[in-house]
Design a protein around this ligand. Structure first.
Ligand code: FAD
Length: 375
């Protein structure tokens, strides 16, 4: 029997193993560790952000999640990474990336072979005197369990529902799961976006009270790009608004519209067609047509949905924090802990999700040692 079974060799599971004083064994169904880390941040892993604020996270219990995150924040994380020989660099805005490749971080997180089972699919967990974890390679008995199996997005790199199934088995409530950090699909009124596939431009995207000024990308299936991905974290249903321009420039009467707007010409032509306005000299526009041009500063539409879990960087929702203690231990079953994306705490783009995975793993590891009396 082992002290701790860690379910999942992703960011949270691997990091928890680094901090545990108790003996642990990691169970992973992929043939390699950290498969999502490897593909993250365009292969360089955006590990955290210089500006960590609760406003960048979505959770049904943000206050508690934030308290947990603060126990091992971005400074602590960067200190640990640097101490172990890697120096993340700021590339975009305030985002810290691995200097060369995400593999550098994976190597820092690599556990000894003896404490890892690869190609072992976790099938379930039950509680007898101890926890019994059933896997495709047989059963494992442990005094404590850390569920770090992530969300359900990107199944092609190993994501599965197992963490939520285990949580439900032990009576936990799951805040409904949704794909997030993902592009939007369109209603027929916006099918004109599809003609613009490949065009990327700056825009202001508003969803509820939140606003994201960043690139949007017209795609074959709909609309994507960083501003849209961030908006998707906050979108439930209903309309979002895009300001393609903050304000309309002064238009010269004798010149054609599409030559005067500081936007890609292909976009302007498709936009004009969609609102039924001909691309002509401004002097030839009627008052109603001129008014319609204002839609460029506030174009409202309701997405028909999202590109789904296959394309979503994260899964929003998860095991609710209300039923976990301050160390992420189940209030229903002592010895059962949760960390990472399986918990109801999801960040915007910018390294916030790895930060949560690492912070929550640290806190859970400390809690497990305390539970097992190995402080
Ligand atoms: C394309 C992409 C890019 C991203 N880029 C960034 C980024 O740059 N910065 C950022 O902050 N976030 C990024 N994210 C999000 C980030 O990867 C996740 O939030 C983070 O990996 C969550 O860590 P985790 O340990 O909770 O889960 P995961 O890293 O998903 O780890 C869970 C592990 O459990 C294993 N597992 C699942 N089910 C089973 C089972 N039944 N049996 C055995 N093993 C199982 C999985 O194979 C996996 O190894 C990105 C996500 C994607 C998809």
């Amino acid at each position: 029997m082992i002290d701790v079974a860690i379910l999942g060799a992703g960011a949270a599971g691997l990091f928890a193993a680094k901090w545990l004083k108790s003996s642990c064994h990691i169970i992973e169904h992929n043939p390699t560790i950290g498969a999502k880390i490897a593909i993250s941040g365009g292969g360089r892993c955006n590990v955290t952000n210089k500006e960590l604020t609760p406003g960048c996270y979505n959770s049904s219990d943000l206050k508690k999640a934030w308290q947990i995150l603060r126990r091992f924040d971005n400074r602590e994380l960067l200190r640990w990474i640097r101490k172990n020989g890697c120096s993340p660099v700021i590339r975009k805005k305030n985002q810290y990336f691995c200097p060369k490749s995400a593999k550098e971080l994976i190597e820092l997180l690599r556990p000894p072979n003896a404490s890892l089972s690869l190609c072992a699919k976790i099938e379930g967990v039950r509680k007898e005197d101890n926890f019994i974890i059933t896997t495709s390679q047989g059963a494992i008995e442990a005094k404590a369990v850390l569920v770090a199996t992530g969300g359900v997005s990107f199944k092609r790199v190993g994501a599965s529902e197992i963490g939520f199934t285990i949580a439900k088995h032990f009576g936990h409530t799951i805040r409904p799961l949704r794909p997030a950090l993902v592009g939007f699909t369109l209603q027929p009124q916006q099918f004109w976006f599809k003609e613009l596939s490949g065009i990327s431009m700056r825009a202001r995207v508003k969803v509820g009270k939140r606003e994201f000024y960043d690139d949007i990308l017209f795609a074959h299936r709909g609309i994507s790009g960083p501003a849209i991905l961030n908006a998707s974290l906050w979108w439930e249903r209903g309309a979002i608004e895009i300001a393609f321009l903050d304000s309309l420039p002064k238009l010269l009467p004798h010149k054609i519209i599409s030559t005067q707007l500081p936007l890609p010409k292909r976009f302007v032509k498709a936009f004009l067609k969609s609102i039924g306005v001909e691309d002509k000299k401004v002097s030839q526009l009627g008052a109603e047509e001129l008014e319609k041009l204002r839609l460029l500063t506030s174009y409202s539409f309701a997405p028909s949905g999202t590109f789904g879990y296959e394309r979503a960087e994260v899964t929003k929702g998860g095991v609710v924090l209300d039923e976990l203690d301050e160390n992420l231990q189940s209030r229903k079953t002592p010895g059962l802990f949760f960390a990472g994306e399986v918990v109801d705490m999801t960040g915007e783009l910018g390294g916030y999700n790895f930060q949560w995975a690492f912070s929550s793993a640290f806190v859970a590891a400390k809690g497990i040692d305390e539970y097992l009396g190995n402080r």
